[in-house]
Design a protein around this ligand. Structure first.
Ligand SMILES: [Ca+2]
Ligand SMILES: [Ca+2]
Length: 222
C-alpha cells in the first residue's frame, strides 16, 4: 500500500517498557505481512557500549500488517496507570492496543478498548489528559476518512490538497474511561466539524483550551 511512500510506515517509539532505567525502542514496518520490532535496551556492557536484543516474539507485538490494515506508527503510554507503559500501534485501518503485562509480554486488548470499532486510517497520535481526570486520552490524526482502504467503494480517498484539504479524516478524540475502554468524544469536544486537520506536523502545535462551562474546544495555529 505504501510503496509510493517508503517512509510512510517507518516510525519509532521510545520508552522504558520494563522500568529498568534504559529506554527501549519499538520500530514499525508497513510492508505486507512484515513484523514490527521491539528492541530491549540491555544497557552498557563491560566495554561501555549499549546493546539491544530483539524481543519482539516473546513480547507478542510483531503483528499489525495484515489483510485489513498497515502500520503507520506507534505510541507508548500508560493507559491504566499501573506504572508500566502500554503500546498503541496506529494503522491505515484500525489501531491496536497492547497492555504491558509486566513480564516482558504484552496482551492485545484492542477489542476491549473499543478503539477498533471503525477504520481510523491514522498517521499520527498523541496521548494527553484532556479532561484532567488523571487518565491519558488519545487524539488521532487520520489521513483518510473512516473507510476500509482494502475494500473501497469509491477510490477517491486521497486528501484534495497537501496543506488545506477539507476531505481528510480529521482528528478523533477518544476519552479514556478508566475501565480499559475508550469512548469517541470527537463531536462532543467540537472537533468533528471542518476544517479537518490532516497534517501530522500540526499536532505539536495543537493546543486545547478548556472553555468556561467545562466544554473542551480545540484551536490550532499555523
Ligand atoms: Ca528498559
Ligand atoms: Ca499500563
Amino acid at each position: 500500500m505504501l510503496s509510493l511512500f517508503p517512509g510512510g510506515g517507518a516510525a519509532v517509539a521510545v520508552g522504558d517498557y520494563d522500568n529498568d532505567g534504559y529506554e527501549d525502542v519499538f520500530i514499525t514496518d508497513s510492508a505486507a505481512d512484515q513484523p514490527n520490532h521491539l528492541l530491549h535496551n540491555n544497557g552498557p556492557g563491560k566495554d561501555g557500549r549499549i546493546s539491544f536484543t530483539d524481543v519482539t516474539a516473546a513480547a507478542g507485538v510483531a503483528g499489525g500488517n495484515d489483510a485489513r490494515s498497515t502500520v503507520t506508527g506507534a505510541l507508548w503510554f500508560d493507559y491504566d496507570n499501573d506504572g508500566r507503559i502500554d503500546l498503541l500501534v496506529i494503522r491505515n485501518g484500525t489501531p491496536l492496543l497492547y497492555h504491558n503485562e509486566g513480564n516482558g509480554r504484552f496482551r492485545d486488548v484492542t477489542a476491549a478498548s473499543g478503539l477498533d470499532r471503525k477504520p481510523a486510517n491514522t498517521v499520527a497520535v498523541i496521548a494527553f489528559d484532556y479532561d484532567n481526570d488523571g487518565r491519558l486520552d488519545l487524539l488521532f490524526g487520520n489521513y483518510q476518512k473512516a473507510v476500509d482502504l482494502f475494500d473501497l467503494k469509491d477510490r477517491h480517498v486521497l486528501p484534495n490538497t497537501i496543506d488545506h484539504a477539507d476531505n481528510g479524516g480529521g482528528v478523533t478524540l477518544w476519552r479514556n474511561l478508566g475501565n480499559g475502554a475508550f469512548a469517541d468524544v470527537t463531536d462532543h469536544a467540537g472537533l468533528g466539524r471542518p476544517p479537518h486537520l490532516i497534517e501530522s506536523d500540526v499536532f505539536p502545535i495543537i493546543s486545547f483550551v478548556r472553555a468556561r462551562g467545562g466544554s473542551e474546544r480545540a484551536e490550532h495555529r499555523q
